[in-house]
Design a protein around this ligand. Structure first.
Ligand code: SF4
Length: 239
């Protein structure tokens, strides 16, 4: 079996998963970070007009290149991505008590910032849904090597799907280039992984894909805390 046919099989599997979600798990939503993987899923969902909502967490600390993706998506697909923003009072409290960039001070301060700017808005976005979708891939980091395509998200009481779990970085870029999918300009500036501006940096050739995210922390800490309940990491059961 050659490389192209393996890619085609992965693509067909991903389309089948998305169609299954759209028919069996409504209402379902896709959480887009506006990075390359998420543009693959956005393209697959919108071109097929699948019944899956798309939203993004507008943390208030995103790069201008990431925010520009919203206009690029509107221009390409005539669709507005729904934005969920943090509670303003919670952001103001955090900044007043700890400072605007306190996430550099400790893992706890970083997780509290992520809780306010990402976790709480995510919980709002997922309310009342049967399933949610991410663009996470196993090859992205040490914390994702066991990522399953379908997981039982106990914390959110719904199914979580990662339809690109077995895709390689080459697969992602092959899809984007062969389908003229718009992508975040940061990828051409050495950013394989896209997050908030102060917590994301470009990486050098040969560095781990996630090395540019929260680079001052240990690799085991490098997740958004999007599955944290009452301050504890909640494990998600693979299906
Ligand atoms: S990634 Fe950084 S700026 Fe963004 S919510 Fe987390 S700690 Fe805050």
């Amino acid at each position: 079996m050659n490389e192209t046919s393996e890619y085609e099989i992965r693509l067909a599997n991903t389309v089948a998963i998305l169609e299954k979600i759209a028919s069996e798990f409504t209402p379902a939503v896709f959480a887009s970070s506006l990075a390359a993987e998420d543009m693959v899923l956005t393209d697959l969902i919108l071109r097929r007009q699948l019944n899956i909502g798309i939203f993004s967490l507008e943390t208030g600390r995103l790069h201008k290149e990431t925010l520009a993706m919203l206009d690029k998506i509107r221009a390409t697909y005539a669709v507005d991505i729904q934005l969920f923003k943090p509670n303003l009072a919670a952001v103001e409290d955090y900044v007043r008590q700890h400072g605007i960039n306190a996430f550099y001070d400790s893992v706890d301060m970083r997780k509290e910032c992520c809780r306010i700017r990402k976790v709480e808005p995510l919980n709002r976005a997922l309310k009342g849904k049967k399933a949610w979708i991410t663009g996470q891939r196993r090859a992205q980091s040490a914390t994702r090597t066991e990522l399953a395509v379908q997981e039982d998200d106990v914390a959110h009481a719904m199914q979580k799907f990662n339809p690109l779990a077995d895709w390689s970085e080459d697969d992602v870029w092959h899809y984007i280039r062969s389908n003229n999918v718009p992508y975040n300009a940061l990828h051409d500036k050495g950013y394989p992984s896209i997050g908030c501006e102060p917590c994301t940096r470009a990486i050098q050739p040969g560095e781990d894909i996630r090395a540019g995210r929260w680079w001052w922390e240990n690799p085991e800490s490098k997740e958004c805390g999007l599955h944290v309940v009452d301050g504890k990491l909640v494990r998600i059961k693979a299906i």
